[in-house]
Design a protein around this ligand. Sequence first.
Ligand code: C2O
Ligand code: CU
Ligand code: CU
Length: 501
Amino acid sequence: MSSEAISRRHALELGLLGAASAGVGLVGLGGNGWPPFGPGSTVRNPAPGQGAALTEPDVLRAVDGVLQVDLRAAPADVSLAGRTAHVLAFNGSVPGPTLLLAPGDRLRVRLVNDLDEPTNLHTHGLEVSPQGAGDNPFVRVDPGEAHAYDILLPADHPTGLFWYHPHHHGMVAGQVFAGLYGAIVVDRDASATAGERLLIISDTSLAADGSVAVVSPMDRMAGREGDLVLVNGQARPVLEGRTGATEHWRVLNACTSRYLRLSLDGHPMSLNGFDGRPLATPHDVTEIVLAPGNRADLTVTLPAGTTQLETLAYDRGSGRGMGMMGGRPPSSRGATTLAIVRATGTTSGAGAVPPAAPGPGRRPAGRDLRSASVARSRVLELATGMGMGMGDGGMRFTIDGRSFDPERIDQQVRAGDVEEWTIRNTSPMSHPFHLHVWPMQLVRTADGPVTVVDRRDVVDVPADGEVTVRIAFDRFSGRTVYHCHILDHEDLGMMGTIAVG
Ligand code: C2O
Ligand code: CU
Ligand code: CU
């Protein structure tokens, strides 16, 4: 049976066929049932609209320790790659406004839902309470309703880049793909962000009429990747700078499913922090992989002339056993230019922006969990299988054999414990594992033991691989979630709940 026949049946089951036929999923399929993309091929953003100077979202700052903001999620028309796109936006802009906070600040967001479907809000990576009016992923805000979030950052909260996006199960991928995401910058001195750039990278696909493309069930199973890869909502913008200037770049992968493998034409960049947690020892890299949800803090010395910030081809699966997916690896697309970096002038130093690398005051505060005593070890298994749940030919996305159930508690943890979790992936594609509230310190990856303190909130678990982390369940108790940050997989059930108390 052809994969298209199967996908048509799924589409019928999901009531999506009319829309899916007009969307990216079923249009222009090659002989193997997949769009003609693969490692090595190049996806080019459309010519119109490119070449504009990079802009950044508006910044909303805390006043006297409180950032009080209304975020209205609603349909909006924005200009994208030279066309008018009908998207979903927070306060009319894609990305939404940047929230700038200092450790110890209070974030009070009134989320107003002017969509025609339920939504909610999650502050990804923040170490804050998941309870009540806090960063509570179980909140549901129906159309026409509002919800007041009240989120208090601890005084020793790490400084770096975090972000916000909707988290209503089943609708997360679609809402993020349509434009609902924004940055949260935590910085000790909220005025000291000069010389820093924020690069929010996202992807989407537009249908012929400018609406956000509806993707096929097959695309959801692979994890959708958009045809347009955007920086701060712009297609291939230009970063203007001075030759030799040292700039601090905070980069977010806000793509629904796409892994980014960033390169500045092979020039070295200093990696100072990851997932909003400064590294004790910054080190030079020529490329950096960001799974969906990951962030990198980079210091870049601008090379003379014109260079390209690219994302290179990345293979996130072998495709083994995925006969129903045409045997093709899940969407590992080719190199794409994200932005043009144009440096002018000389390296005289005059006018160069001083290095913004983390100073001693920005080192991570937390302890090294490799020497902590472990109260309990667990193994969590991420799996995909041919499933009952979605009809024949469909796939189930599970953790420990189960699909998400918000009423169930999957992991009960004692508050204050340090635990060691091995996250095992038995499926033929990579899954970026994300835990809310408590950061994970890498202990062992496919490359062997991790010898530095490296805390993350999204840890990539390669196909047929495993990763071991340690987590200190201190400071906060309550119930929240962990999940695959390929948001389609989360929506399809690859999520569990944890109760700490
Ligand atoms: Cu960025 Cu639970 O999500
Ligand atoms: Cu999160
Ligand atoms: Cu996944």
